[in-house]
Design a protein around this ligand. Structure first.
Ligand SMILES: C[S@@+](CC[C@H](N)C(=O)[O-])C[C@H]1O[C@@H](n2cnc3c(N)ncnc32)[C@H](O)[C@@H]1O
Length: 399
């Protein structure tokens, strides 16, 4: 029904040169590639910025800092139909967990199912530790094999949340605007297939980057047999309206805007962020994030649901974008309180106010504080927090 409007020259792609997410094999911490481990996990601007933003209570700051400086815990999710997932989980627990615990090595932590997502598992051990510990060798081989068969995927726990909140059903039309490499697309597809092998609904998975679309099709979707997914390669901010067979316009029941962002919540996975991060990274993305989210909202059915998500804790990338979207919608959109969904998930409320800093941590309270000509294009009104009255109507604490 839908196809990419751009020509793909897949022959140009060098085999094996794409970063592969959702795999267990990767060379990031292999001997000879020690750059990753040697990165100094400090960035004074980052600490100062997050102290100022109040996105979590200040007394948790040391805990926050220590968590970001620790290795990323390993998490993975079982895929496929309900029955197969149950069977595989049973097999993993029976074949390996007992033996691992009997060995009594205190350095080894058996993966535990997430309280808010029972098909997903996490261990505080790093991937390198899981891969190299002799007691875990058999479990590791099992995970590698099942990942290659498409029965499980490695995915960060937080990345699993947006599809769970969208909760599409089998008759839903779902638009995933920034889909590659596709962990969330797979989750969405599983949901529409959950009770129906041939669902009426479908997922349109879009990404502007052709190479990443290739990765989405050939690495992620390859193992997922479905006729309910189409991949498009478009700028999400200009995503076109799609006509149905009768000439009507398709409006989506669910939209995911998992937008491009500074990724400053992924420091443990992308260590170069420690060296490079400044508050300006977010400022430069703000307009694009709003444009993508706005296009998503325009494609939504009346009564439909959209999730806007980033890999950043920065209110400039989160609350400021949502606030502008609500302002623009003039009452057609409202924020939904999701606190009763996934009740076991530990979370903080969104914030109503925040601070705008530039690259050098200069604070801007309004457009009047701009002294440099070049900053006039960067610092725009929508970066600033809403007035108290506006904030009360917006319910930004639901974010
Ligand atoms: C955070 S990643 C998405 C991760 C993906 N949702 C997942 O769960 O695997 C952001 C994606 O947005 C894509 N992107 C960046 N700018 C875009 C645009 N203007 N339109 C569509 N996609 C865009 C990037 O290529 C990247 O793949």
């Amino acid at each position: 029904m839908v196809h990419s409007s751009r020509r793909c020259n897949f022959n140009k792609k060098k085999k094996g040169h794409e970063p592969r997410e959702n795999t267990w094999r990767d060379d990031r911490d292999a001997p000879g590639n020690q750059g990753y481990r040697e990165v100094l996990k400090e960035n004074e601007k980052y600490w100062q910025f997050y102290k100022e933003q109040n996105v979590f209570p200040l007394e948790q700051f040391d805990e926050f800092r220590a968590a970001l400086q620790r290795d990323l815990p390993v998490s993975f999710r079982f895929q496929g139909c309900h029955k197969d997932r149950e069977q595989l989980i049973h097999e993993m627990e029976n074949r390996f967990f007992g033996k691992i615990m009997e060995a009594g090595d205190t350095a080894v932590c058996v993966p535990k199912s997430l309280l808010w997502y029972k098909e997903a598992y996490q261990t505080p051990m790093s991937r390198t530790a899981v891969r190299s510990h002799p007691i875990l060798a058999q479990l590791h081989n099992f995970l590698v094999t099942e990942a290659e068969l498409g029965n499980l995927s490695r995915q960060e726990a937080v990345s699993m949340i947006p599809p769970l909140l969208l909760a599409p059903t089998s008759d839903h039309y779902v638009l995933d605007l920034c889909a590659a490499p596709g962990s969330k697309t797979t989750q969405l597809l599983e949901m529409i297939h959950e009770n129906d092998e041939n669902p009426k609904g479908m997922v349109i998975a879009n990404d502007v980057d052709m190479k990443r679309c290739y990765m989405l099709i050939h690495h992620t979707l390859k193992r997922f047999r479905t006729a309910a997914c189409a991949v498009t390669c478009e700028d999400a901010a200009r995503f076109p309206q799609i006509a149905d067979n009768d000439g009507g316009i398709i409006q989506f029941d669910r939209v995911l805007a998992d937008v491009i962002c500074s990724g400053d919540g992924t420091l443990r996975k992308n260590p170069e962020i420690w060296k490079k991060w400044t508050p300006q990274d977010a400022l430069g993305l703000h307009r694009m994030q709003i444009a993508i989210a706005r296009k998503g909202a325009q494609q939504l059915k009346v009564g439909g649901r959209m999730v806007y998500s980033t890999c950043s804790m920065n209110p400039i990338e989160d609350e400021a974008v949502v606030a502008q979207l609500l302002r623009d919608s003039k009452g057609s959109l409202r924020l939904v309180d999701t606190s009763s969904l996934l009740p076991e998930l530990k979370r903080e409320n969104g914030v109503n106010t925040w601070k705008v800093f530039d690259r050098d941590m200069k604070l801007y309270n309004s457009l009047d504080d701009i002294t440099e000509e070049k900053m006039k294009k960067v610092i725009v009104t929508s970066l600033f927090p809403p007035t108290e009255e506006e904030a009360n109507k917006m319910n930004l604490h639901f974010t």
